[in-house]
Write a protein that binds this ligand. Structure first.
Ligand code: ATP
Ligand code: MG
Length: 351
């Protein structure tokens, strides 16, 4: 008989925490016992789970850097662990990689407790640490040869150079590479043992937009090959572009989790219409009873429930000969989700 799975759930509406049990593969309707919000829970079959973390905690002196977090990462997905500086991302990921020791909690990779089976699990994971640096005076080829020698199983260096588009750089010294190429070497090192799970801690921080795109392409390609990717980032566009599943961490706690669309639907405030260039627009719409706010450039911001609202507003302005410079319509994004949940911006200056 199948084993019952117990899940701890935090209600996305009232934050009440409760547990629910189900069978592997079962999809259950859930009602929050506190606020009666209705949701759906999938009890994945254990073979579909790559990483499971329960009640993970890390305390440094007086600081609770990671505060009793639980989550699961499915096989073959890109899981983005999104949060601002100091949120606890690296501490969490390094506990999963067995580099740091948890104060409390259980971590399983492919169903095995990592504190008991790490030597076996080590062969199946690849790691790109935050602010990765390699040996300055080794060439790209020598670097990959060195890291390959640390594992029992490894892929051919020529294949790795080809996959990472590093063939033209193979004889260059690491120190002479651009930032983007250095990161690609870092990802290539993480892949030398042909791992099933790859941990990438802030792989694009400090890169220019072109180099960032190149790293994104590498990650998309790894996903196509069926690898599971644990991506740590504070760039919401990165999570939006790459992730199947996002967990937002803030001050050591996971404050929201789901697909990008689910999070935006749950916490975003809907689309906004911006009409720029004429302060009279604000007065006029306010008089007509619309809920509007003043924004930059003598502009007006208005939350839109339906697209027909846009037509109604623009027709009214036209019929009353009220001119403006431009309009734009903005969709909600993860930045707005973060702002709604914490009252703070994820990255200063992004909106
Ligand atoms: N070895 C340590 N000793 C004491 N405090 C630490 C240690 N490592 C991290 N911290 C603290 O724990 C908190 C979480 O740090 P962590 O590096 O996990 O955050 P992060 O989300 O990865 O941030 P960043 O985006 O800047 O990389 C921070 O307040 C940090 O200063
Ligand atoms: Mg970090």
């Amino acid at each position: 008989m199948s084993e019952l799975i117990k899940k701890t759930i935090r209600c996305p509406n009232c934050k009440h925490v409760f547990t629910i049990t189900g069978l592997p593969g079962e999809i259950k309707k859930v009602v929050c016992p506190n606020c009666y919000t209705i949701g759906k829970i999938v009890f994945e079959k254990s073979k579909d789970i790559a990483i499971s973390v329960s009640h993970l905690t890390k305390i440094y002196g007086d600081l609770i850097a990671v505060d009793d977090i639980s989550f699961e990462v499915k096989r073959g997905e890109v899981f983005a662990f999104l949060g601002p500086n100091g949120a606890g991302k690296t501490t969490t990921v390094e506990m999963i990689e067995s580099i740091r020791k948890p104060t409390k909690g259980l971590i399983k990779i492919f169903g095995k407790d990592i504190s008991k089976s790490f030597s076996e699990i080590k062969e199946r994971i690849g790691v790109l640490p935050q602010e990765f640096k390699s040996f300055e005076r080794l060439t790209v080829r020598e670097t990959l040869e060195y890291f390959s020698s640390l594992f029992n199983k490894h892929i051919e260096i020529s294949k790795s150079l080809k996959e990472m588009n590093l063939e033209g750089e193979k004889d260059k010294l690491y120190k002479d590479l651009s930032g983007g190429l250095k990161q690609r070497v870092g990802v290539a090192i993480a892949l030398v043992n042909d791992p099933d799970i790859i941990f990438l801690d802030e792989p694009t921080t400090g890169l220019d937009p072109k180099a960032r795109r190149e790293v994104w392409d590498v990650i998309s390609n790894l996903k196509r090959q069926g690898k599971t990717i644990f991506l740590t980032t504070h760039y919401m566009e990165e999570a939006e572009y790459l992730a199947d599943h996002v967990a937002i961490i803030h001050k050591g706690k996971i404050i929201a989790e789901g697909t990008v669309d689910e999070l935006i639907q749950r916490y975003g405030k809907g689309n906004t219409l911006h009409i720029n260039g004429n302060p009279k627009v604000y007065e006029f719409l306010k008089e007509k009873g619309f809920n509007v706010e003043i924004s930059r450039n003598n502009g007006v911001t208005m939350h839109i429930l339906r697209y027909s609202d846009i037509l109604e507003v623009l027709s009214l302005l036209k019929d009353n000969n009220i001119e403006y410079d431009s309009i734009d319509i903005r969709c909600p994004n993860l930045e707005e989700v973060f702002l709604t949940l914490t009252g703070a911006k994820l990255l200063e200056g992004t909106i």
